[in-house]
Design a protein around this ligand. Structure first.
Ligand code: OOG
Length: 260
């Protein structure tokens, strides 16, 4: 696919996002869209947003748990970009206005303190992480009914990322048994999803390692000071106005958001 076409598809997705309008999956018109094209479209979409004043603050991994891969019928992990405007304050509220079909997921997040590049060991990843947080990601998709799409569609659409929220508690990663944290997400006081953190790549740190490998395939590294969402531990839960969502994670406290 030409760069011109990639830029055109990035504009189409950007416009659909700004207007909260559904569009058919890109692969319907462009069945040979590759993952490489899709990451180029994603990058161009982020360039359009930073040109309007958004600042990149990190990255998200997606489809790192079996529960999510099954829910979306897609088979391998992907990444997307997080900007400052996507961050909802802990215990803050979010508006569904402007969203198409928002869903929420329980996650673990990291903040890095040094640059990471290429193949790294678990120890190197832990050395480079200043903090771990309980987190939730709010997904949205520009594609009709949030389904019938393929991996390149999702990647082009910034891997369905919409908003995220980090807990106020942060802990150094070595103080926790990272693969064995119980995670419980409640909506309006009722438990809707629960899993142990090893549902995320077998160990959330492995998501970070995998992210560095994926970035390297595109000639990129993970900058120091990045926030990284390791991917959902469970299937996503559909949001509706008035919902109060709370996630508790062993050793990491809780994080909550209200939906206006
Ligand atoms: C793709 C993104 C999935 C996760 O944490 O697994 C994701 C989607 O479900 O639309 O963010």
């Amino acid at each position: 696919m030409t760069e011109h076409m990639q830029a055109e598809l990035a504009r189409l997705l950007d416009q659909a996002r700004l207007e909260a309008r559904e569009i058919p999956p890109l692969t319907r018109q462009h069945p040979d869209l590759t993952l490489r094209d899709a990451y180029a479209i994603q990058a161009e979409g982020i360039r359009l947003r930073t040109a309007r004043g958004e600042r990149v603050v990190g990255l998200k991994m997606g489809l790192t748990s079996e529960a999510k891969r099954r829910q979306m019928n897609l088979d391998s992990p992907v990444y997307g970009v997080l900007t400052d405007r996507m961050r909802v304050p802990a215990h803050g509220s979010l508006r569904l206005q402007g969203a198409i079909h928002p869903k929420i997921e329980p996650e673990i997040a990291f903040r890095t303190s040094r640059e990471l590049r290429g193949r790294i060991t678990r120890e190197q990843a832990l050395d480079a992480c200043a903090s771990v947080f309980a987190a939730m990601e709010i997904l949205d998709s520009r594609f009709v009914d949030f389904k019938y799409f393929s991996l390149p569609d999702v990647v082009a659409d910034n891997s369905s990322s919409s908003l995220f929220v980090l807990a106020t508690t942060e802990r150094p990663p070595r103080e926790l048994d990272l693969p064995h944290l119980q995670m419980v997400m409640e909506v309006n006081g009722e438990r809707v999803q629960a899993a142990r953190s090893d549902a995320i790549s077998g160990d959330p740190v492995l998501s970070l390692i995998q992210l560095c490998e994926l970035l390297e395939q595109h000639g990129e590294s993970l900058p120091a000071g990045s926030i990284v969402l390791a991917g959902a531990a469970t299937a996503a839960h559909m949001l509706k106005p008035g919902d109060h969502v709370r996630l508790t994670v062993d050793g990491l406290g809780e994080v909550a958001v209200s939906v206006e």
